[in-house]
Design a protein around this ligand. Structure first.
Ligand SMILES: [Ca+2]
Length: 137
């Protein structure tokens, strides 16, 4: 049987978080917001190349669920940035679940981010889900 490793935490600043996604993996991104403020989500590499960028909030009506697939992700270890420029208090909580196969190889990861950008602490201002997995072969 494979193994899974779970990490939960809180992003402490706006410097971003490195995601443990390997080169060539498939990446699925889903996000939604109920925020008054605009939520800016960027996924980029260390050279600044942006793979995913969405700004959603009151000025940009969105589908209830926005999804995008990036096939054969070109770089490893991308950085995720979550920015809410109009908010002075962004509290982002996350969960990271890594999955190993029965050979002990790291083959998939699932990230969930939930943001509170105001003072009601319902954490519904951004829901972001990123799943990435190795090609079978
Ligand atoms: Ca809220």
């Amino acid at each position: 049987m494979g193994n899974s490793r779970v990490l939960t935490g809180q992003l402490s600043d706006h410097k971003g978080m490195t995601l443990d996604i390997k080169e060539g993996w498939q990446v699925c991104i889903m996000m939604t917001t109920q925020s008054y403020f605009n939520q800016r989500v960027i996924l980029k590499n260390q050279y600044g190349r942006i793979f995913f960028e969405q700004i959603r909030g009151r000025n940009k009506p969105m589908e209830p669920v926005f999804s995008q697939v990036i096939r054969n992700f070109a770089f490893a270890q991308p950085t995720l940035l979550i920015d809410v420029p109009e908010s002075s208090r962004v509290d982002c909580r996350f969960s990271e679940v890594k999955i190993d196969n029965d050979k002990g190889e790291y083959v998939a990861v699932s990230y969930t981010f939930m943001v509170e950008d105001s003072t009601d602490y319902d954490y519904n201002d951004l829901l972001l889900h990123i799943t990435a997995y190795r090609n079978v072969g």
